[in-house]
Design a binder for this molecule. Structure first.
Ligand code: NAD
Length: 289
C-alpha cells in the first residue's frame, strides 16, 4: 500500500479523498491509502480523514504520494516541495504557470526517481473520446474551438493556463501546434475576458481557439471543424461512462505508480504537457505584448 495526502480541499480535493476511500475494485487505485489532508484553513476531519501539517506530510515515511488540488498559481511551489521530499505527485492541471518551471519540476522528479503526473480529465470524457473517433483519419482544412464559461475565482491564472484543457484537446486531436497571432479583451470591472489565439497545425492548417469567460456565460464548447470530407459543428453526444472522470485519472496515476505504464507512454504524456504549457506561455506573451 502507498500512503497519500491531498493538498487543498476544494471541489477537486474533496473528490480525490472520496475516490481513494472507495476506489474501483480490481484497479491499481486500491493500492492508495489516504492518510490525511493539508489545508490553509483549520478544518474538521473530511470524510473521516484528518488534517495534518505540510511538515508532517513531508517527513512521514508512510506518506509516499501527494495530490495537489489547490488553485493554479500555487501548484508549482506545492509540487516542488513534495518532489523535493521524494514523494510521487499528482497535480491537477495546469502544473505550473510557465514552461520553464514545468521543465524544472520534471527534471526534479526524474532526479528523485518519482512519478509526476498532471491530471487531464478532459481527455477522459466520453464526449472527447467520441470526437477523437470522429476526427480520426480525416484531413483538417481549418477549425475553431470556442469555449465559454463563468468567471473564475482569483488564483486560476491567465486564460491560456486556466483553459489548458481546451488547448490539450486541440493538441491531442490535431498534433503539435504553433501560434501566429493572439489577443485578449478584458473588462476587469465586469470580470469579462475573451482570449483569441490563431494557431497552425504542422501542415499549416489554421485553428482558432477562443476562451471566453464572464458572469452568467454558459459552460459550453462550440466547435466548427472543416475536413476534406465533412464539417463537424457539434461535439458528438455520448452517454456518460460508468467510471467517474477523476476515478479514471486516479487509476491511470496509480497504474504509473505500479510500473504498469510504458516508458514510451510516460514520455509521450510529458512531451504533450510541456508542449501545451509552452504554447500557453507563448500565447500569453503575444496577448500581453
Ligand atoms: P476550488 O475553488 O473548489 O478549490 C481551490 C482551492 O481553494 C483549494 O485549495 C481549496 O482548498 C481552496 N478553498 C476552497 N474554498 C476555500 C475557502 N472557503 N477558504 C480557503 N480556501 C478555500 O477549485 P477546484 O475546482 O477544486 O480546483 C482545484 C484544481 O483542480 C485547479 O487546479 C483546477 O484547475 C483543477 N481541476 C478542477 C476540476 C473540477 O472539475 N473542479 C477539473 C479539472 C481540474
Amino acid at each position: 500500500m502507498l500512503g497519500a495526502v491531498v493538498v487543498g480541499i476544494g471541489t477537486a480535493g474533496w473528490v480525490r479523498i472520496r475516490d481513494m476511500l472507495a476506489p474501483l475494485l480490481g484497479s491499481p487505485a486500491v493500492k492508495l491509502n489516504v492518510r490525511g489532508f493539508i489545508s490553509r484553513r483549520s478544518l474538521d476531519p473530511q470524510q473521516g480523514v484528518s488534517q495534518i501539517s505540510e511538515e508532517e506530510a513531508v517527513s512521514r515515511e508512510d506518506i509516499q504520494v501527494v495530490f495537489i488540488c489547490t488553485e493554479n498559481v500555487l501548484h508549482e511551489d506545492n509540487v516542488r516541495t513534495f518532489l523535493q521530499a521524494g514523494k510521487h505527485v499528482c497535480v491537477e492541471y495546469p502544473m505550473t504557470m510557465n514552461y520553464k518551471a514545468a521543465v524544472e519540476l520534471w527534471d526534479l522528479a526524474q532526479k528523485k526517481g518519482v512519478i509526476l503526473h498532471e491530471e487531464h480529465i478532459e481527455l477522459l470524457t466520453e464526449d472527447y473520446k467520441e470526437l477523437k473517433r470522429e476526427v480520426e483519419g480525416k484531413i483538417l482544412q481549418d477549425g475553431t474551438l470556442h469555449f465559454t464559461g463563468g468567471a473564475l475565482k482569483p488564483g486560476f491564472g491567465f486564460p491560456t493556463f486556466s483553459g489548458i484543457a481546451r488547448l490539450t484537446w486541440l493538441v491531442e486531436l490535431f498534433g503539435k501546434l504553433s501560434v501566429t497571432v493572439a489577443t485578449i479583451e478584458e473588462d476587469s470591472g465586469s470580470n469579462y475576458s475573451k482570449m483569441t489565439a490563431k494557431l497552425l497545425t504542422s501542415d499549416n492548417r489554421p485553428l482558432t481557439w477562443i476562451e471566453e469567460r464572464g458572469p452568467g456565460l454558459p459552460r459550453a464548447k462550440n466547435i466548427n471543424f472543416h475536413f476534406d470530407s465533412c464539417t463537424l459543428t457539434q461535439i458528438p453526444p455520448a452517454p456518460r461512462g460508468n467510471v467517474g472522470l477523476f476515478m479514471q485519472d486516479l487509476i491511470h496515476f496509480s497504474a504509473k505508480l505500479a510500473g504498469q505504464v510504458s516508458s514510451e507512454e510516460l514520455q509521450r504524456e510529458k512531451l504533450r504537457v510541456l508542449h501545451c504549457l509552452h504554447l500557453a506561455e507563448t500565447i500569453q506573451q503575444l496577448c500581453l505584448s
